[in-house]
Design a protein around this ligand. Structure first.
Ligand code: AMP
Ligand code: MG
Length: 401
């Protein structure tokens, strides 16, 4: 058995990065920035007002009750170039440029308009600089506004739009094919003959991949037949940037995926010191990464989470390739025996105002038991040993919610 970290490292250094493409900002949501994006603009471009109110000289409003002449009105979008002198005020709307001379904005709620708006009384003492957004307090020309490797969320798109970017260079999304293998597998809702089970891995992996930002391709269900498996794998590699197979990579007599991949690809067969998901295979076929995930439903998803997902995120260009981890209090004992492996326990997470995150087992932990997988918000990480006592802290990998 090899440590998980070694298996992951083996994969990470072999997965090629996706090529880059320039896309319009409107199509960039969820893409990964390929380069640092440097702003050519300074934002805000001018001092402007954060409030609706009156632009004034601070020296005029040091004490409540000042009465000032209103000399102009500055709407958002107007240039606001008329100066404001001592004893004067400009009516001003949020976002409008500060007029020359003024250094402070009094919010309208603190004022009383007099003489049909020709004068204004300020009913509060207002400190210098109040209500003013300074030029460049958000972005300065030359700032990196989005770093290479950033997954572009709504906020990033807004920021890029605000500095005048119209397109952004990103990595082409990873296209990932998913293939199921096994004579025992059945698709759809037909009654099962004794010995058969339904193909659940493919649908789950397709969904998991999609929610991880990959473009997923369903390559179907293939029987335990070497020719059929080879044809499906070759077709998948021709069409996708990476391939996920599940089943047929362990020590069984009918592990045909293993035979085929062993023959046509450069594979490494691994036994990883984790439970579930001990067997795992990785290799390249014509340069396309192939992930041989174990067949048991829980194992295939855990293997995807721990190995394929981070590698595919790396290929997609993400700097941040791992799920978030939190420390949580275990509400119950999560017991295990020493066996040289790290155990990943499906847990349900709750939040408590006083104690923060809390977890309990999501149910039966067998690698075929999907009920607990469906109920799980996270994987509790139990290092080799006896597990965790009730009330003790445990590290939890947060799963997609
Ligand atoms: P294998 O590694 O092919 O021996 O598969 C291990 C276990 O996972 C067996 O019980 C298989 O029936 C099961 N299995 C394999 N592929 C799938 C799948 N696509 N969906 C559900 N179970 C599967
Ligand atoms: Mg099989």
């Amino acid at each position: 058995m090899i440590p998980l970290a070694d298996a992951l490292e083996h994969v990470l250094v072999r997965v090629p990065a996706q090529p880059t493409v320039e896309v319009p900002l409107a199509e960039a949501h969820g893409c990964v920035a390929a380069d640092d994006v440097v702003s050519r603009e300074t934002i805000p471009a001018w001092d402007n007002t954060a409030l609706d109110g009156y632009a004034v000289h601070a020296a005029d409003v040091g004490v409540p009750g000042a009465v000032l002449d209103v000399v102009t009105t500055i709407a958002a979008g107007s240039a606001g170039e008329d100066p404001v002198g001592t004893g004067q005020a400009a009516r001003i709307m949020t976002g409008a440029p500060m007029p020359p001379g003024a250094d402070t904005v009094v919010m309208v709620e603190r004022t009383e308009a007099l003489d049909d708006g020709r004068r204004v009384r300020v009913d509060a003492a207002v400190a210098e600089g109040t209500g003013v957004r300074r030029v460049g307090d958000d972005v300065r020309a030359g700032d990196v506004v989005v770093a290479a490797g950033t997954g572009l969320r709504a906020g990033h798109l807004g920021l890029l739009a605000s500095v005048g970017a119209v397109s952004v260079r990103v990595r082409r999304p990873v296209r990932v094919g998913v293939l199921s293998t096994g004579d025992e597998l059945v698709e759809g809702g037909a009654p099962l003959r004794r010995g058969q089970i339904r193909d659940s891995n493919r649908l789950a992996l397709l969904a998991l991949g999609r929610s991880s930002g990959f473009e997923m391709v369903d390559l179907g269900l293939v029987p335990d037949d070497e020719e059929a498996i080879e044809a499906a794998i070759r077709a998948g590699c021709a069409d996708a940037d990476a391939l996920l197979t599940s089943g047929g990579v362990s020590m069984g007599d009918f592990d045909h995926v293993k035979v085929v991949l062993g023959r046509i690809a450069e594979m490494r067969w691994m036994q990883i010191a984790i439970k579930p998901a001990k067997p795992f295979a990785f290799g390249l076929l014509d340069g396309v990464p192939v992930f041989g995930l174990p067949g048991n439903p829980v194992s295939s998803l855990v293997s995807f989470e721990l190995l394929a997902r981070p590698a595919l995120r790396r290929a997609a260009g993400h700097v941040d390739i791992h799920r978030r981890r939190v420390r949580a209090v275990s509400e119950e004992g999560l017991r295990r025996r020493p066996d040289g492996k790290t155990h990943f326990v499906r847990v349900a997470l709750s939040q408590d105002d006083r104690l923060g995150f809390r977890v309990r087992s999501a149910g039966g932990q067998g690698s075929h038991q999907m009920t607990a997988l469906a109920a799980a918000d996270g994987l509790a990480v139990l290092p080799d040993g006896d597990g965790v006592a009730a009330g003790a802290d445990v590290e939890v990998i947060l799963l997609d919610s």
